[in-house]
Design a protein around this ligand. Sequence first.
Ligand code: ASP
Length: 333
Amino acid sequence: MRKKILIINTGGTLSAVMKESGLIPGLSIYDMQKELRMVSGDVDIEIEDFCSLDSANIFPEDWSALAARIGESRNSYDGIVVIHGTDTLAYTSSMLSFMLRNIGIPVVITGSQLSITNPVADAMENCRCAIHMAASQIPGVFVAFNRKVMLGCRASKVRSLSFDAFESINYPNIATISSLGMKIDTAAVPERTGIFKLSNAYSDKVCMIKMFPGIHRSLLESLADQGYKGLYIEAYGIGGMPFLKHDFISTLDELIKGGMTVVVGTQCRYEGSKMDVYETGKRTLEIGALEAHDMTGEAALTKLMWILGMTQDLHEIRDYYSINMAGEMTVRK
Ligand code: ASP
């Protein structure tokens, strides 16, 4: 039977046109339908516009509405493709992995580095990959880019100009396209752990900070005054934090005692945190900070926003954060 795929457009470079103000997402999905049909082969496609934004202008309320739209369409299609700007694509794909946890169809997010109107663009190739992954009957949230399919909560934009802009961080690719066709590594696809339930609430009282030598503790202290409930810190190496001349750990201790959830990860792109090795990490664990392990920054942040949207109970927050929800985290023993 022919597969039926819904393609939802949110904008980004794939749909870009040049205006006096610069490159903007100007094509509607209907302007792109000829190209999309050229790459869809024997897959039937339906198309719709969700928004037309540079992804710098995508905010959490857009994730929530997009998740709702996908959730309500899921029974009418074999798969769904989302066209998205590349700049914040990995945040969207991470958040959708949580909001659409246990979805029973493939949801594949793609974009491109050049507009679909450009004859040498990567746009059609990326759409081809996304449409055929969406027809694969492998359920989950994925990113398709440069002939690779990655788990949505493991993808990260690692290059700003090249066609090979995304990598799957600390996790194998789900599929690759080569002269052998599309090869799917089914062993890498996380198992569904229950039935689908749309869970698209979030908290916007979450902040992300990158540690640097010279950072002031007052920055952290001001977060509590502003009502923040969650903080994700990209610390050094395997998760180190200063505590001598500038005692960040005692500042974090106060924040945690005041009810803030603090997650500590690493600013190293690969291999993740391991906070039980150095004193600078162990002390942070002892005051009750959570560890991001090998999650991407995008997944660590959106997971915190998602959990804080679900519950205010500090024990539940800890429990949810420590579990691998959608393939985003490997918890080392
Ligand atoms: N600025 C664009 C966006 O994220 C970049 C792209 O799509 O490649 O919307």
